[in-house]
Design a protein around this ligand. Structure first.
Ligand code: ZN
Length: 704
C-alpha cells in the first residue's frame, strides 16, 4: 500500500491533556509504483508451440501458495493475501507483470519483457540471483524451495534446492506449460504428453492428450484431457463431476476445477476447514458461479470470477483466504441510477484490448466503444488508445463510461496537459463536470470526498517523470468496514476510520477533530457528547515524517467498553483466567484472540480512506512513572522533538528493537525499516490515571 503525505496540521495541545489516545498519515488509494514501465508484452511464439497465456496481463489471474495467495491485475500489478513470513507478500511494487506463481517461501512474477521478479526467498540465495538473470521467460512456477521457468523457445530452466532432482530439466524441449510440486517439476509437451523430474509421481508420464496441468505438494498432479475430463495422481471418485473443465488446480489437499459453465468442482481432503471467526471471504465453492480460473495451495483454494473478484476456501489461519478485496479486472462502479464508470483499464491500452477485457469481465459476447462529442456518439478505431469519457456498450446495451485516473484531457495518456488541468481544478479556476472531474480526482480526503490537492499534482509529476505510476484500480471493490464507515461518516464527518477486533466488544469508528487538531474526542463521543470514555481516535493527521499511525482510546474500566478489552487480550495471552481489573470487571477470560495464530494477531483497520491489515509484533504494558512517560512519547513518535520524531533509519531501527525486546510474549513477525507501523494503546489497567502514563501498547507492521 502506498501513501501520500498531506501537510501537517498543527496540534497545539499541551502534553498533559493527551491522555490515552490519534495522527495517521493521510493515505491514498492511488497505486504508486517506483519502477519505470517496461516495454510491451512479449507474446512471442518463436518455437511455434502455440504458447498462449489464458489469464495474464490483460485478464488477471490468481495463484495459491502454502500460506499466501497472489492476484495479478489486468494492469500488470499484483495483490497478495496471507502470511508474509518470508517476505513473499512484498509484491506491491511489481509492475508490468503478465503471470504470477506462488510457492512456499517465494512469489514469482513474469514481466512483460520476459524477465522475472521475486518476493520472498529460497534457502539457496544464489538461486534467486541466478533466476533473476533469466530472459525470454514465458511462465514460471515455484515449488517447496526452488523455482522453474518455461522459456519462449519451449525449454525449461530451474534453480534452487535440487536434492530430489527437481531442477533437472535441462533436456526438456517443446514444453508448453510447467508446474512444480514441493520437490518435483512436470512439463506439458506440445503433443499432449507429460514429462517429469525423478521425484514426480511416475504415472504422469503415461498420460496422453493433456491440454493443461497443475501440481503441488508431495505428489499431487492433475491434468485436463482434450475431452475436458480430469486425470490426476490423487484419489478422486469417478463420479465427482470433473467434466467440461477449463482450469485445474492440485495440491496434496485435493484437486479443484472450473467447468465451462463457471461452476467449481472439488475433491478436497477433510483437513481443509476454516475458522468462521476469521471468515474474511471464504465461501462454499459449490455456490461460486462465473469462475474462470482456480489455484490450489497447500490447504486452500482460490478462485477468480469473470468480473475479476476472487473467492477462497480452506484453512485461513494465515489469512491466505483473505482475497475478498482482490479486484483483478476492470469493474463497473455505479455512480447513480444513470451514471456508471468503468475503472481499472490500463493507461495506454488499445480499444481492441479493452473490448476483449470488458466483454470477458461483463460476461458479454461483445463490447463496443464510442466517443461522445456534443452528445453525439462517434466511432473509435480498435487501434485508438482507451481514454476517459469513452462510452462502453456490452452486447448493445449501455454499460458505463471509461475513467482513466489522471487522464483528464481524454487522450489515453497522462502528461503535462493533464497536470495543468488538474492544477486549475485544484485552485478552483476550472470546474469540469462528469467523468473528466472523476478522472482528476486522484485522491480522496479523510471523509471520502474527492479533492485535488498538492499530493495529486505531485503524483502526476511523478507519473510523467516515470518515477511513479498512477494505478487504475484505485477503489477497493469492498472492504469489511464499508457500510460501518459510511454510516459513521454520515453521522459525524469527523469520522476518519473504523476498528473492530474479532472476539472482543471493540467495534468503533475512529475519530479525528480535523477542524481544531485538538484532542476533542479524548472526552467526547462520536455523537459529540461530553463523556469520560470519549471515542477511539487517531492521534495526528498527516504528519510528514510519520510512518507510525497511532490510534488510542480509554481503558473504560467501569463499563468495560472502548479499549478495556485490549487488556483482556493481553492477559488472556499471558495465561490469566480472569481480568486483573477486579474492582470493576474481573471477567473470565476465554474465547479471545490467540496471538500465536497469525489470523488472530492481524487486525484490520480502515483509517484516512484506506482499509489495511496490520500484524502485531509487540505487546506490553508499562508501569507508571518517568520511564513510562518516555516510552509513551517514543511510541507515538511525538513529532515536536527530534528525540521522538524518527527522521532517520537509525532511530526507527532502535525503536523497532526496543519494541521487540519489551514484548511480553515473543512474536515471529519479520519487521523491517521499509514497513509502516501502527501503535494501538490504552491506559494501564491498575494505574489508569492518565497523568501517570502507564499504558498498554500493541505495535504492528502493515501487511497490506
Ligand atoms: Zn476487564
Amino acid at each position: 500500500m502506498k501513501r501520500i503525505i498531506a501537510a501537517l496540521l498543527v496540534l497545539s495541545m499541551a502534553l498533559a491533556f493527551a491522555a490515552c489516545g490519534g495522527d495517521a498519515e493521510n493515505t491514498s488509494p492511488i497505486d504508486v509504483d517506483p519502477t519505470t514501465p517496461s516495454p510491451s508484452p512479449v507474446g512471442e511464439d518463436p518455437a511455434g508451440l502455440g504458447l498462449k497465456r489464458e489469464y495474464s496481463q490483460t485478464m488477471g489471474m490468481v495463484a495459491a501458495g502454502y500460506i499466501h495467495s497472489l492476484g495479478l491485475r489486468s494492469d500488470g500489478t499484483a495483490l497478495s493475501a496471507g502470511h508474509d513470513y518470508y517476505g513473499q507478500r512484498r509484491v506491491s511494487d511489481w509492475a508490468d507483470v503478465v503471470y504470477v506463481a506462488a510457492g512456499k517461501s517465494v512469489s514469482v512474477g513474469v514481466k512483460a519483457d520476459g524477465t522475472l521478479v521475486f518476493a520472498g526467498k529460497l534457502t539457496d540465495e544464489a538461486a534467486l540471483a541466478a533466476a533473476s538473470a533469466w530472459t525470454n521467460v514465458f511462465t514460471a512456477d515455484a515449488g517447496g524451495d526452488f523455482v522453474a521457468a518455461l522459456l519462449n523457445d519451449g525449454t525449461v530452466v530451474a534453480a534452487g534446492d535440487n536434492s530430489a532432482g527437481q531442477c533437472d530439466v535441462s533436456g526438456w524441449s517443446d514444453i508448453v506449460a510447467i508446474a512444480c510440486g514441493d520437490a518435483f517439476t512436470v512439463g506439458l509437451t506440445a503433443d499432449g504428453t507429460v514429462v517429469a523430474t525423478s521425484g514426480a509421481p511416475a504415472a504422469v508420464t503415461s498420460w496422453k492428450e493433456i491440454k493443461k496441468i497443475a501440481a503441488g505438494g508431495a505428489a499431487a498432479v492433475a491434468g485436463i484431457t482434450s475431452a475436458g475430463g480430469l486425470v490426476t495422481t490423487l484419489d478422486v471418485a469417478a463420479d465427482s463431476g470433473f467434466a467440461d473443465l477449463v482450469d485445474i488446480g492440485a495440491d496434496d489437499c485435493g484437486v479443484a476445477g472450473v467447468r465451462a459453465d463457471g461452476t467449481v468442482v472439488t475433491s478436497l481432503g477433510a483437513d481443509i476447514t476454516y475458522d468462521p471467526d476469521y471468515n474474511y471471504g471464504e465461501v462454499d465453492l459449490s455456490t461460486v458461479t462465473d469462475a474462470v480460473a482456480i489455484s490450489v495451495g497447500a490447504k486452500h483454494v482460490v478462485v477468480m470470477r469473470k468480473d475479476g473478484s476472487a473467492a477462497a476456501y480452506g484453512v485461513n489461519d494465515d489469512l491466505q483466504c483473505d482475497v475478498g478485496r482482490f479486484n483483478l479486472r476492470p469493474y463497473l462502479e455505479k455512480l447513480s441510477d444513470t451514471l456508471s464508470a468503468v475503472r481499472g483499464l490500463k493507461l495506454g491500452m488499445t480499444v481492441a484490448d479493452a473490448k476483449a477485457l470488458i466483454a470477458a469481465s461483463a460476461g458479454a459476447a461483445d463490447a463496443q466503444f464510442a466517443k461522445v462529442v456534443s452528445e453525439a456518439e462517434t466511432a473509435v478505431a480498435d487501434t485508438d488508445l482507451v481514454a476517459t469519457g469513452m462510452k462502453v456498450k456490452c452486447d448493445g446495451a449501455d454499460y458505463g463510461t471509461v475513467v482513466l485516473l489522471g487522464d483528464v484531457d481524454e487522450n489515453g495518456t497522462v502528461d503535462a496537459a493533464d497536470r495543468e488541468f488538474i492544477a486549475k481544478v485544484s485552485t478552483n479556476n476550472t470546474r469540469p463536470t462528469g467523468y473528466v472531474l472523476r478522472a482528476a480526482q486522484l485522491e480522496t480526503n479523510a471523509t471520502g470526498q474527492p479533492f485535488c490537492g498538492e499530493a495529486s499534482l505531485a503524483l502526476v509529476d511523478a507519473h510523467i517523470a516515470g518515477t511513479a505510476r498512477i494505478g487504475q484500480f484505485s477503489k477497493m471493490r469492498t472492504g469489511v468496514y464499508d457500510q460501518l464507515l459510511a454510516d459513521a461518516i454520515a453521522a459525524n464527518k469527523d469520522t476518519v476510520g473504523y476498528i473492530a477486533i474479532p472476539k472482543t466488544n471493540i467495534n468503533y469508528p475512529i475519530m479525528f477533530d480535523a477542524t481544531t487538531g485538538k484532542w476533542y474526542y479524548n472526552d467526547h463521543t462520536p455523537e459529540k457528547k461530553e463523556s469520560e470514555s470519549g471515542s477511539i481516535y487517531a492521534y495526528y493527521y498527516g504528519h510528514p515524517e510519520l510512518k507510525n499511525t497511532v490510534v488510542t482510546g480509554h481503558n473504560s474500566r467501569p463499563s468495560g467498553s472502548m479499549f478495556h478489552q485490549l487488556h483482556h487480550i493481553q492477559e488472556f495471552n499471558l495465561g490469566n483466567a480472569t481480568c486483573a481489573q477486579t474492582k470493576y470487571c474481573g471477567k473470565e477470560l476465554k474465547d479471545l484472540p490467540d496471538l500465536k495464530i497469525y489470523s488472530n494477531r492481524v487486525w484490520t483497520l480502515t483509517v484516512f480512506g484506506e482499509e489495511t491489515r496490520w500484524e502485531m509484533f509487540s505487546m506490553y504494558e508499562t508501569k507508571p512513572g518517568d520511564e513510562a512517560y518516555e516510552i509513551w512519547l517514543d511510541n507515538i513518535w511525538w513529532p515536536y522533538s527530534g528525540d521522538y520524531a524518527k527522521k532517520t533509519d537509525e532511530k526507527i531501527h532502535a525503536w523497532l528493537n526496543k519494541q521487540i525486546e519489551r514484548s511480553e510474549i515473543p512474536f515471529d513477525t519479520t519487521v523491517t525499516l521499509e514497513d509502516h507501523y501502527l501503535t494501538v494503546f490504552t491506559c494501564g489497567n491498575e494505574h489508569a490515571d492518565s497523568n501517570k502514563y502507564a499504558r498498554l501498547f500493541f505495535i504492528f507492521k502493515q501487511v497490506d
